[in-house]
Ligand binder design. Structure first.
Ligand code: CAO
Length: 560
């Protein structure tokens, strides 16, 4: 039993590549070819497989570390072998190669240099041009270099177009197998004369990508075209190592392509986009020639979060409702929401998402209240007020709020205290052409029915005339939303935060009521009390609603 250090193999010359995943832990017993780590450069994601089986005794890197060829990955306890430093993936090498590898191990300058040279050549290693005289141009076929395997892989993106001037190193195509995605950079600058490959096609080493017109002065430069042209079919970067590029599917989202053919972005950016679940086609690119950078993706996500935070249709962590092209189904008329509408929608949504709502229902016999109200109508008219059931509801709620202080409260912003209010200000929901507003009547408990009727009318009128001042709508402890003048048998109102309860009033109806001897017609008023269950328990809500019912059933109690 010996312990070996497993190192990062030749990764195509890339240096300071980020470790994005460590696939094993200390104590793990791993099999040969098990994934050890996943590395990601701005060009490709690659998995490093175990060169042999064994037990992991120590990890030498962690997620976020930058590694290059030769960086230690882990220590592996291996049965029956002498201790050595082993490049991960060494397993597929022939013994002779292994020997060579040791000589030009990652620590040695020779191989590092070789790799760098190889990297320069890697893209377009299969060009087959001829030399051109100075001042002239030459036509070259740029082909797929060694991509670490013989299996044909998918062409998922063409990054250039015919007629385009490109620089050396610009991405030509993006290839993707079920294990990895990788970019193929151009080995030379020039003009793209023709595309020899298309999206959806398959490519292996040697598959022609483009015809490139290269200026002779550039063509004559050493280390680029010439070397590449004369390079043998088996390119240098992977010659001493097994296939380094292999990213196995880690999740369906990683596999699922979310981008379109037009997207100009590298694999790392594509991966990032997949992680965020965004469509790269929507992301504006700010790299050279509009290439999408990681920063672009981050900015796009930041903008999206901000936009969604401000949007009335989005909720924290909740998938937005998909956009629908309504015009596809018939004629439509799109109008902007008023500011008030947007504000109301935002408030409603915030309350809906923040408050655990409970709604309790009751039906209250207000026959005697109605008799009294009818009896008072003339007097009310003389005072130029309209005595609807609303002032009675205001009075009853004020009394019930005083009797049930938990509903006349707000949760403190610190989440640790409750603010009980010694005043009773009640808001009334008023429907206006511009939207819903909630003016607040102050000290309802101290006011009489006519005064409340008059004030309600005034505030409702101000609301409809859009003359409410901000302070007319502040300081509410509780809200009444009355749809009694409109109809309906009941509804579940949304708490007007930071208040903790709201009463929804529907239209009264005459119903048969058993009085012990016979059925008698009674005027029944449907009530619905919604409350914030963090502040109000069912018992509190039930007591409050019962109190309101008792006060409305026998209005004399309002005097007590
Ligand atoms: N059952 C039966 N009739 C009722 C009733 C009830 N619960 N409540 C009111 N009515 C009657 C009134 O008595 C009045 O009839 P008369 O003219 O014969 O007396 C008629 O309905 C209209 O009343 P109103 O709506 O003008 O007056 P109000 O005091 O009941 O309400 C106000 C005033 C400002 C609250 C109301 O005009 C309003 O805007 N309601 C809409 C509130 C709203 O939008 N709520 C929803 C919020 S959540 O989306």
């Amino acid at each position: 039993m010996t312990t070996e250090t497993i190192n990062v193999p030749d990764i195509g010359g890339s240096e300071d590549v980020e470790v994005i995943e460590v696939c094993v832990a200390v104590g793990d017993t791993i099999a040969k070819e098990d994934s050890l780590v996943v590395l990601e450069s701005d060009k490709a994601s690659m998995e490093v497989p175990a060169p042999k089986a064994g037990k992991v005794t120590a990890l030498k890197l962690k997620v976020g570390d930058k590694v290059s060829q030769g960086s230690a990955i882990l220590e592996l306890e291996v049965e029956g072998e002498s201790a050595a430093k082993t490049d991960a993936g060494e397993k597929s090498q022939a013994p002779a190669d292994k020997q060579a590898d040791k000589k030009s191990s990652p620590e040695t300058k020779t191989e590092t240099t070789a790799s760098k040279e190889a990297e320069t050549k890697a893209a377009g290693a299969k060009e087959k041009p001829g030399k051109a005289a100075s001042g002239t141009t030459e036509r070259r076929t740029i082909s797929v270099p060694d991509i670490g395997g013989e299996e044909p892989v998918d062409v998922i993106e063409i990054c250039v177009s015919e007629g385009q001037e490109i620089a050396e190193g610009d991405s030509l195509i993006v290839l993707e197998s079920d294990k990895a995605s990788m970019e193929v950079p151009s080995p030379a600058a020039g003009k793209v004369l023709s595309l020899l490959i298309k999206v959806g096609g398959k490519a292996t080493e040697g598959t022609p990508i483009i015809e490139l017109e290269v200026r002779a002065d550039k063509a004559a430069e050493p280390d680029s075209a010439d070397d590449a042209r004369s390079a043998p079919a088996s390119p240098a970067p992977q010659s001493a190592v097994p296939a380094p590029v292999a990213l196995p599917p880690r999740s369906p989202s990683l596999e699922a392509p979310v981008t379109t053919d037009e997207v100009y972005a590298g694999p790392a950016v594509r991966k990032l986009a997949r992680e965020f679940g965004i469509d790269l086609a929507r992301v504006p690119g700010h790299g050279p020639r509009g290439r999408i950078l990681k920063e672009d993706v981050h900015q796009y996500v930041r903008d999206l979060v901000e936009k969604r935070g401000a949007s009335v249709t989005a909720g924290a962590g909740i998938l937005p409702v998909p956009e629908v092209d309504f015009a596809a189904f018939g004629e439509i008329d799109v109008q902007p929401m008023s500011k008030l509408h947007r504000l109301t929608a935002t408030n409603m949504h915030r309350s809906w998402l923040n408050v655990p709502h409970v709604t309790q229902f009751d039906e209250v016999d207000i026959s005697e209240l109605e008799d009294f109200r009818q009896a008072m109508k003339q007097e009310a008219e003389a005072r130029k007020v309209k005595l609807t059931p609303l002032p009675f509801l205001l009075k009853a709620c004020a009394a019930a709020l005083k009797a049930n202080p938990k509903l006349n409260a707000s949760l403190h912003a610190d989440g640790e205290q409750v603010v009980f209010k010694r005043y009773v200000h009640i808001g009334i929901a008023v429907d206006t052409p511009a939207g819903l507003v909630v003016p607040v009547l102050r000290d309802v408990d101290k006011k009489g029915l006519f005064e409340l009727a008059e004030e309600t009318q005034l505030l409702a009128q101000k609301a409809k005339d859009r003359k409410l001042r901000p302070d007319d709508m502040q300081g509410g402890c509780f809200t009444i939303s009355s749809l009694g003048g409109i109809g309906g048998q009941g509804f579940t109102p949304i708490v007007n935060t930071p208040e903790v309860a709201i009463l929804g009033v529907s239209r009264l109806s005459v119903k048969p009521h058993w009085d012990g001897k016979q059925f008698v017609p009674r005027k029944m008023l449907p009530l619905a009390l919604s409350y914030d269950h963090r502040a109000v328990n069912g018992v509190d809500g039930g007591r409050f609603l019962t109190d309101v019912g008792a006060l409305l059933t026998d209005v004399r109690r309002l005097l007590l």
